[in-house]
Design a protein around this ligand. Structure first.
Ligand code: NDP
Length: 332
């Protein structure tokens, strides 16, 4: 099995030298185990936090151990009654091509004609569930709301924009880091307006896109984006604090939004969440999303990096914005 391990804790921006790729020989199957050939493995921004030796909602990755994370693959050998050879399974043993573990860690999923297996890591998986929960449960989207989402061309952001529209938002605005991504938001994903956050004042660009203010902010970025949203909120506005990727590699203590008093004067609600605490919404999400996908009401992009040896490189690319939609690694 080809596996990628964390060998040093990054300080600031991670580099290729923080990882190594190793060959591991798998032993014979023990009773209850399955062997799975991964087809796609996921790289995700939250993994950056787990590379630090800091207490958080997920334990730090161990140095010298193989990285873990979402993956989808096919069972090639089974010593368990629960899982059969040929089954497609979703699991958390990523960053490797072959995995052998107890069957209890694998969830069997159906193959859907016309939908790649990688969808289980994005549009049918964790990142789209995050968008669904954050928008509907955490921010309490109401019909007619003006919604602003940062990181809008990413895995979570592209879903936020589309779910907002499908659930009755009045106006949907997104920010992203390139002209190509901004064009895609309005042309493919149905955003009413979008802007490049690298193009100048966030506050001015947001005010131009939302002249009547915003009611909901879905925050993937934190920092300046959160400050701009606090400045644009209408009374009673609600924010789902999902991520703060602009801060994940910073070595200085971040500056706080300087306009926190707007929370008081405008009666705003800001609520953070981690999707792992909201998995009870998976059935409702799954029913909605599979319907939307089948009807063509939701579209998605994936940036596919080939080769399990390139998993660390894919992760570094994700942090730099090289992806549109969900970043995945194809093992084959
Ligand atoms: P994305 O697919 O959005 O990929 C990350 C993107 O972040 C890049 O493509 C890049 O796009 C953008 N980015 C990088 N640096 C900056 C910066 N300094 N300012 C603004 N944008 C930046 O990843 P995900 O959709 O998987 O995750 C999006 C966010 O949601 C992350 O913050 C993540 O941590 C969070 N998250 C939270 C979960 C939860 O349970 N709370 C679950 C899943 C994700 P660009 O080119 O536009 O800069």
């Amino acid at each position: 099995s080809t596996q990628t391990q964390l060998v040093a804790r990054p300080v600031g921006w991670p580099t290729a030298a923080d990882f190594r790729t190793v060959q591991v020989t798998l032993p014979d199957l023990a009773p209850g185990q399955v062997r799975v050939a991964n087809e796609f493995v996921s790289v995700d921004p939250y993994m950056r936090g787990r590379m630090n030796d800091a207490k958080s909602y997920a334990a730090p990755y161990a140095l010298g151990a193989t990285m873990t994370g979402g993956a989808v693959g096919r069972v090639i050998a089974s010593a368990s009654d629960a899982v059969a050879v040929g089954d497609v399974v979703v699991h958390q043993h990523g960053w490797r091509d072959l995995v052998q573990e107890d069957a209890s860690g694998f969830r069997v999923v159906p193959e859907i004609p016309g939908v790649p297996l990688s969808a289980y890591l994005g549009v049918l998986g964790m990142t789209a569930l995050t968008a669904y929960v954050g928008l509907l449960e955490i921010a309490g989207l109401k019909e007619g709301d003006t919604v602003f989402v940062s990181g809008a061309a990413g895995a979570v952001g592209t879903m936020v924009g589309q779910i907002a529209r499908l659930k009755g938002a009045g106006r949907v605005i997104g920010s992203a880091g390139s002209a190509e991504k901004v064009a895609l938001l309005t042309e493919k994903y149905g955003f009413d307006d979008a802007f490049n956050y690298k193009d100048g004042s966030l506050a001015n660009q947001l005010a131009a896109a939302a002249p009547e203010g915003i009611d909901v902010y879905f925050d993937n970025v934190g920092g300046d984006h959160l400050e701009a949203a606090l400045g644009a909120f209408n009374n009673g506005g609600r924010a789902a604090l999902c991520g703060a990727i602009s801060l994940y590699n910073s070595t200085d203590a971040p500056a706080g939004p300087r306009n926190m008093s707007n929370i008081i004067t405008r009666g705003l609600s800001l609520k953070g969440f981690t999707v792992g605490n909201y998995v009870q919404h998976f059935p409702a999400f799954s029913a909605d999303m599979s319907g939307w996908l089948a009807n063509g009401e939701v579209v998605f992009d994936e940036t596919v990096v080939d080769g399990i040896d390139n998993t660390a490189r894919a992760f570094l690319g994700l942090m730099r914005g090289e992806n549109t939609g969900k970043m995945v690694v194809r093992t084959a």
